[in-house]
Design a protein around this ligand. Structure first.
Ligand SMILES: [Zn+2]
Length: 278
C-alpha cells in the first residue's frame, strides 16, 4: 500500500487467544458471541498484526507481536503458535539488521514480545541496528506494573533495550519521519500510542488497542483489560469519527479477519468496508 512517498505492508506475528469476556468488558456473552465464536475454554482468536513502513530510506517496524520466548505452560494458556514475524519480514526482503526503527504502541506482551529473542539462553535485541520507541510513561509503568496488570508485562521484552541504550522514550505526540506520527492515546494504558501514516493527500490510522478488532468500533465494546475505560470511550469517540470523516484507512491490530478498512458512519452506526492489502 502506498501513501505518496510512504509505503507500508501489514504483517502478522501469528495469533494468540484471550478470554472472550475480558476482550469485550461489560458486553454480555450472548451479544459478543454472535460476532466472535469462542473456543471450548471461552477464548477468542486475536491476530497480532504489525506494520512494515518504508519512509524515505528509513525502515520502520510497528509492533513485534508475542515473539518466541515462551514457556510451554504460557504457550498453552494463550494458544500461541510459532512466531511468524521474521519470516514475514524476509518475504519483503528485510533481515532483522535492516530495521532502523521499532515502534511499540505499548509494552503488553502481544505488542513487544518480538523486541528481543533468546540466543544461547541469553536475551538479545532482535533488531540489532534499531532504535526502539515507546512513550516514557508506558515504559515506567511497565517496569513497575500493578497487581492488576503485571501479567501483561514481561521485563525481558523491554528492560534489555534500556540497558543497551537502544530505547527512545517519548513524552507525547511526535513525528519520527515524514508522514509517520506517533500520537499518545490513553485509555487501554495511561500512555499507549496510535500511529498515523500519511502521504500524497491520503492517510492510514493504526488503532492499536483503542479499537483492537472491528466489533470494538461499537462505543461500549471496551476491553476489560483497559485501565481507564472512560478515557478509552472519549478517545474512541474522537478518533473513530475523525478516521471516518477524513476517510483515512483504519488499521486493526488484533482483528484476524479484517486488518484494514474504510469506516462509514450511517445513522450513528459505524460500519467497515474491508480493504485487502498485503
Ligand atoms: Zn493487545
Amino acid at each position: 500500500m502506498k501513501l505518496g512517498h510512504l509505503e507500508f505492508h501489514i504483517l502478522t506475528d501469528g495469533y494468540c487467544y484471550l478470554d472472550g469476556g475480558a476482550m469485550f468488558g461489560v458486553i454480555p456473552k450472548p451479544l459478543w458471541e454472535k460476532k466472535v465464536q469462542p473456543d471450548a475454554r471461552n477464548r477468542i482468536q486475536l491476530a497480532m498484526n504489525c506494520l512494515l513502513v518504508h519512509a524515505g530510506h528509513k525502515r520502520i517496524l510497528i509492533e513485534t507481536g508475542a515473539g518466541d520466548k515462551w514457556t510451554p505452560k504460557l504457550r498453552d494458556i494463550y494458544n500461541l503458535g510459532e512466531s511468524r514475524l521474521l519470516d514475514q519480514l524476509l518475504h519483503y526482503g528485510m533481515h532483522p539488521h535492516d530495521i532502523d526503527v521499532v515502534i511499540n504502541t505499548h509494552l503488553h506482551f502481544d505488542h513487544c514480545g518480538g523486541n528481543t529473542r533468546l540466543a544461547h539462553d541469553k536475551v538479545v535485541t532482535t533488531f540489532p541496528n534499531a532504535r526502539y520507541i515507546v512513550q516514557r510513561g508506558e515504559f515506567e509503568h511497565a517496569m513497575a506494573p500493578t497487581e492488576r496488570d503485571r501479567a501483561s508485562y514481561f521485563p525481558e521484552n523491554f528492560a534489555p533495550l534500556q540497558q543497551s541504550c537502544k530505547l527512545s522514550l517519548l513524552e507525547g505526540d511526535r513525528a519520527i519521519a515524514p508522514g509517520v506520527e506517533l500520537i499518545r492515546v490513553p485509555g487501554h494504558t495511561a500512555d499507549m500510542q496510535c500511529i498515523k501514516l500519511s502521504g500524497g493527500g491520503k492517510a492510514a490510522f493504526f488503532f492499536a488497542d483503542l479499537v483492537p478488532m472491528t466489533p470494538h468500533l461499537q462505543l461500549p465494546w471496551i476491553m476489560g483489560y483497559d485501565l481507564y475505560p472512560m478515557t478509552t470511550l472519549e478517545n474512541k469517540k474522537k478518533w473513530i469519527s475523525e478516521v471516518a470523516r477524513e476517510e483515512w484507512l483504519a488499521l486493526f491490530g488484533h482483528d484476524p479477519h479484517t486488518r484494514a478498512g474504510y469506516l462509514r458512519e450511517r445513522d450513528g452506526k459505524v460500519e467497515v468496508e474491508p480493504v485487502t492489502i498485503d
